[in-house]
Write a protein that binds this ligand. Structure first.
Ligand SMILES: *[C@@H]1O[C@H](CO)[C@@H](O)[C@H](O)[C@H]1NC(C)=O
Ligand SMILES: *[C@@H]1O[C@H](CO)[C@@H](O)[C@H](O)[C@H]1NC(C)=O
Ligand SMILES: *[C@@H]1O[C@H](CO)[C@@H](O)[C@H](O)[C@H]1NC(C)=O
Length: 947
């Protein structure tokens, strides 16, 4: 067995990219080891004499390492210092906390203390100071103040893990010099590494940490118009490191990446691969789904051949068949896929539809590898049995909660998917796809999943323990246990309550929020697991109708409707609403869309066509949404399902037949009714949308106000106002300079423009129609304020100017107020997508106040909207967020005004909305998570819709 080796100088053969060097290290480590068991030496296999090559030991070490499984190093849990420990980090004792540990299927909650030291969790449970040496230097964080509702959950802790992020590779703000998510050089490129594009200066690192996100799997892209479809991903910690390098952010990088290749002491570590199928790869490479799957099969086939050659080579080497053995077979391009076939790579697959999921399940079964998770996965809930057929067990689904319908693949996406998958025994992860969604608010995805039926423990696990497990890193992140990384978040509410916000975030034991004092918890009523509505029926329908359940109201009643058990009624005067809390549950009678009686209402006995029990619910204002393309686009990526884009006069020419340079487009002419996002918003409490023509140039056109619940354009009350406002957009980075755009606006406003555009801008100069300008940067806003003053002086008029988007408006709040200009914030939780948004006011915990509050404090008329049409449904959550963040500084009425009367006043819609349409909630009032919208009362349309 233990053959003598030839004289040994160096294990280094001809330099080869990886294995030789790696093997050399191992071989060196093994020399002299008595337990070296390979059959090496001058042997006589099959009667032929074999000459043992000089690097035989290296070859044998390489061969031995081929089959080593990925494992957690022995005694890992006993470590008292993390490999990520930063010298000088003080120990921290977090006292008196309610700890959601992630153990016991996510159901374990313990009251006690946590000791963080050496970058790891050293103790969980009761802990006494006397257990530490007298000399120990440590911080004490007392989690108590304001957390307590005796006997109940008072404040849970978890650090969020994001399984799908492009943070650092799709950097924010977006700059041409840092666009590193995708390569244009081919369809199947498993050799690319996201690490090579990881920009440590992405502004979102700090923001995401402030939302409690501590770790993310950074994946190469797959969703841009230009893209590459595979490449290697890397789990990172988001915190800044002393070394300031991308590499120092990595969690347990495989030894391939740090130059060791094979480590003699440690077992191999996980690697990560991203694959994509469906529209993205097909669209970009003008191929089809068939081309894409074939390219993957061809790639895996190459990898299979390399793997088989390696195995054959090693069998020969291990049998002492050295003659003509040649070089160890390897391929720089396919090595990552060879590792996949060896089961040492966690494969994450961007994949949406049944057709694509099927293709990938067959691919995995053909080549015998496993997919950890399908990402986006909008149709996995429709094909649970297909998933269960996958080699190595069913993959998890990494989902958005409600972001859907942006392309065909996402059209059947359902908010009930997490619940349905879980009910089928399949695992669910909520993910951000940052910056598609801002990972800072990943917990909101879990909160929504819970709202729509995912059990609470599974919802919390979906952003902590489950992604950690899918990363193969559950030995160090995703739950709170002794020996785990010291990644801990202290929340100010129950984490499934909106808007749970970190009071402090520890990563590797280092506090990330730089405040002197721990912020207070929110009030006691926000410290309990929220009750959520029953959506069983809706979830069933989602599956029954293959993702397209009917969304039209069940009934439209023109006669009397009796609502019983009503706790709150919001009364209106014009577009303004005030709450009337009823001293005891009352009846409300509504006829032809108007409230006729609140109280006992005995005189209506027997007259009701319909009776609805609201179980302590409310009749609350129906909301207006502004800023999205709802009503003009069904699937934005589908040209035949959208109105299209208005022409840009600055990059003309526009054909004379539509008016040449003076063309002005009206959104009302392109309206489509009964779209899915429109109806979903309607069923969620949003009844009116104001939509401007889709445009990419300076001149936007004329917006329309319409009823989201109307069946078609000519139905009564469907179009609420045909022409609402005149729209323009200041576009930084477009082919036309900002100064040119301002110059064009000046000419138009001074009355020197041609055609319809000239006519309407002149009207706007005299205040005859609101002028809404999409703009973000404080400098551009300032320029618009100057322009307004200049035009008003020249024409002696008054422009009704509204700034929309307006991320940096808080910086010029006094000037905006002085100029009597309104603001429409269309992303209430701001994000620095562009440079001109970099000075956003983040809100808690990074700033006490958000932009809405600052502007209101300056007496600016502020309204809020939503830019993404699939998210218009979340209006009541967005408002509730602002309400709770204000901690009493804003009343419910102030906050509701942001999406009702303030919006109406900025857009001149008071008359159109004077009937005060209302939404009927069962189980609570508008901001409460227990409440579910079950109908609308529409004075406009003269009816009550029952959902
Ligand atoms: C924990 O905090 C609560 C609330 O402040 C307090 O009532 C309780 O006594 C504290 N428990 C300990 C062990 O300090
Ligand atoms: C790679 O990382 C391992 C584990 O931390 C370490 O033991 C090894 O020395 C590193 N290799 C190099 C070349 O730095
Ligand atoms: C806003 O208006 C209120 C009421 O009119 C007034 O008391 C307050 O001083 C104003 N605030 C500012 C910043 O102008």
């Amino acid at each position: 067995m233990d053959a003598k080796l030839p004289p040994y100088t160096t294990a280094r053969a001809a330099p080869r990219p990886q294995f030789a060097r790696l093997a050399a290290l191992v071989a060196l480590a093994l020399i002299g080891s008595a337990s070296f068991l390979f059959n090496v030496g001058s042997s006589a296999a099959g009667g032929t004499a074999h000459t043992v090559p000089i690097n035989a030991q290296a070859i044998l070490a390489t061969c031995a390492a081929l089959h080593a499984p990925v494992e957690v190093p022995r005694n890992f849990a006993a470590r008292d210092r993390s490999d990520r420990f930063e010298e000088g980090t003080k120990a921290t004792l977090i006292k008196n906390a309610t700890i959601w540990t992630g153990n016991d299927d996510g159901k374990e909650i313990i009251r006690g203390d946590i000791l963080l030291d050496g970058g790891v969790i050293r103790h969980v449970g009761k802990f006494s100071r006397s257990l530490l040496p007298e000399s120990a230097v440590f911080n004490v964080v007392d989690a108590k103040g304001g957390w307590v509702t005796p006997g109940q959950v008072i404040g849970l802790k978890l650090a969020i893990v994001d399984l799908h992020s492009h943070i650092g590779v799709g950097s924010s703000p977006h700059l041409n010099g840092a666009s590193d998510t995708n390569s244009r050089h081919g369809i199947t490129q498993p050799w690319l590494r996201a690490l090579d594009g990881l920009n440590t200066h992405d502004a979102s690192f700090e923001l995401s940490i402030s939302g409690g996100v501590t770790s993310s799997l950074i994946l190469p892209g797959s969703a841009n118009a230009i893209g590459k479809w595979r490449g290697q991903g890397f789990p990172i910690k988001l915190r800044a490191t002393k070394e300031r390098s991308p590499f120092s952010k990595l969690i347990e990088p495989a030894f391939t990446f740090n130059g060791s290749g094979i480590e003699p002491v440690y077992p191999p570590r996980w690697r990560y691969l991203k694959q994509a199928c469906g529209e993205n790869p097909s669209r970009v490479y003008s191929g089809t789904r068939m081309d894409n799957i074939y390219s993957m099969r061809a790639a895996y086939n190459e990898a299979r051949k390399v793997k088989e050659k390696q195995d054959e080579y090693c069998l020969n080497a291990q049998a002492g068949q050295w003659n003509d053995l040649g070089e160890f077979p390897e391929s720089l391009q396919w090595e990552a896929l060879v590792e996949v076939l060896r089961g040492r790579v966690k494969v994450n697959n961007h994949c949406y539809e049944a057709v694509d999921l099927d293709g990938i399940v067959r691919l995995a079964n053909e080549f015998h590898f496993h997919i950890e998770a399908f990402h986006h996965a909008h149709e996995t809930y429709l094909v649970p049995d297909l998933l269960k057929k996958m080699y190595g067990g069913p993959p998890a689904s990494a989902l958005f909660a409600t972001h859907a319908r942006y392309k065909r693949e996402a059209y059947r996406g359902s908010e009930f998917a997490p619940k349905i998958l879980h009910d089928n025994g399949l695992r669910v992860v909520m993910k951000s796809d940052h910056p598609v969604l801002d990972s800072r608010f990943l917990l909101f995805e879990a909160q929504q999943a819970h709202f729509y039926g995912l059990p609470w423990n599974v919802a919390l696990a979906s952003v902590t323990t489950t992604p950690a497990d899918l990363l193969g890193l559950s030995h160090r992140i995703g739950s709170i246990r002794k020996g785990h990384d010291a990644d801990i978040v202290l929340w100010d509410t129950h984490p499934l309550v909106l808007p749970a916000t970190p009071r402090q975030v520890f990563i590797d034991g280092i506090p990330q929020l730089k405040h002197d004092k721990l912020p207070e918890s929110k009030p006691a009523e926000l410290q309990n697991l929220p009750k959520t509505p029953d959506f069983e029926e809706e979830a069933k329908a989602a599956v029954e109708y293959e993702g397209l359940p009917p969304l039209t109201p069940k009934k439209s009643v023109k006669g009397a409707v009796l609502f019983t058990n009503v706790a709150t009624v919001w009364n209106h005067e014009g577009a303004e609403f005030t709450a009337q809390s009823l001293s005891r549950p009352s009846n409300v009678v509504v006829r032809a869309g108007k409230v006729e009686c609140v109280g006992a209402c005995a005189q209506f006995a027997g007259q009701a066509e319909e009776t609805v029990d609201l179980a302590g619910g409310a009749l609350a204002p129906s909301l207006i949404t502004y800023g999205s393309t709802v009503g003009l686009q069904e699937i934005p990526a589908e040209s035949t399902m959208s109105d299209g884009s208005a022409p840009d006069a600055l990059r003309g020419p526009i054909p004379d037949i539509v008016g040449g340079d003076g063309t002005l487009i009206r959104a009302v002419d392109g309206l489509q009714f009964a779209g899915r996002d429109a109806l979903i918003a309607y069923l969620s409490g949003v009844s009116t949308a104001v939509t401007a023509p889709v445009h990419s140039g300076l001149i936007g056109g004329l917006s329309v106000a319409f009823s989201l619940g109307a069946p078609y354009k000519l139905a009564k009350g469907a179009v609420q106002k045909r022409v609402v406002a005149l729209h323009a957009s200041i576009n930084k980075g477009s082919a036309v300079s900002i100064s040119t755009q301002i110059s064009a606006l000046r000419r138009l406003l001074l009355g020197n423009g041609p055609g319809d555009a000239g006519k309407y801008f002149k009207l706007a100069s005299g205040g005859g129609i609101p002028l809404v300008v999409d703009v973000h940067g404080a400098d551009e806003i300032a320029t618009l304020l100057e322009l307004k003053a200049e035009v008003e002086k020249a024409l002696d008029g008054k422009i009704k100017l509204v700034l929309a988007g307006a991320t940096e408006a808080h910086l010029v709040a006094p000037e905006i107020a002085a100029a009597d200009v309104g603001v429409f914030i269309t992303r209430t939780r701001p994000f620095p997508s562009q440079w001109s948004q970099r000075r956003l006011l983040p809100g808690q915990p990074l700033s006490d106040r958000n932009a809405v509050e600052v502007l209101l404090a300056h007496n600016v008329t502020v309204a809020v909207g939503e830019g993404d049409k699939a998210l218009t449904r979340n209006a009541r959550f967005d408002l509730g967020w602002i309400y709770h963040e204000s901690a009493g500084r804003l009343s419910k009425k102030d906050v509701i005004a942001l999406a009702t009367s303030n919006a109406a006043s900025l857009l001149g819609l008071e008359d159109a909305l004077s009937t005060g349409d209302m939404v009927v909630y069962r189980g609570g009032d508008i901001f409460e998570l227990s409440a579910k919208a079950v109908g609308t009362v529409s004075g406009n349309r003269g009816l009550v819709d029952i959902f």
